[in-house]
Design a protein around this ligand. Sequence first.
Ligand code: DX5
Ligand code: ZN
Length: 224
Amino acid sequence: MVQIVPSILSADFARLAEEIQRVEQAGATMLHLDIMDGHFVPNMTIGPPVVECIRKVTRMTLDVHLMISDPDRYISVFIDAGADQISVHQEACLHLDRTLRFIRNRGLPAGVVLNPATPVAMLDDVLELADYVLVMSVNPGFGGQQFIPNALRKIRALDERRRRLGLAFRIQIDGGVNEDNLADIVRAGCDWIVMGASIFGSPDPARTVARMREIARDAASVRV
Ligand code: DX5
Ligand code: ZN
């Protein structure tokens, strides 16, 4: 099933619990948490203590997107803080095969992320170890950027691979998704759609989530 996944990056961090509960009540079942270290990406966000606090105020699946250098050092810490699934960047992992196996061995779905400049082919030897592949449709680091259209081609390429290879990994997109490009993204084969600014920058985030879920459902119903 196609899911709209709110990203708290554009939420009001002083009222985080309230913001999270609004989108949960609107039907979102997965919440995207962006972890940035000021090194792998030129921005900083939250760390394990905040994830631990978020864990206490929601039942949504906590989808932790690690935009940090040397993610192996911190995976266990984020699992202990309450992450339900973790994605790591292909570009940040020297031993990606080992990292994905490690996340799975800890009992969590493992995700791998591709920056806009990284081709899908870089994952050919690890696709069987991934529970989901996240296609970045902006250069990671900031919310509210413009969608980079080559992401659509990458989603199609991943969808083609999973059919051909009989794999079941989910395809996720992150960055610049809005009401206008959402249907095309779903039709390309995407399952989990991260949206930050479009939801938390809108006057009524709960209504926006409901509306985006509708658009996604309609687009999915005409997917082959
Ligand atoms: C960007 C983050 C995204 C961000 C997307 O580096 O990984 O999750 O929240 O935000 P929008 O939807 O505003 O582009
Ligand atoms: Zn993200």
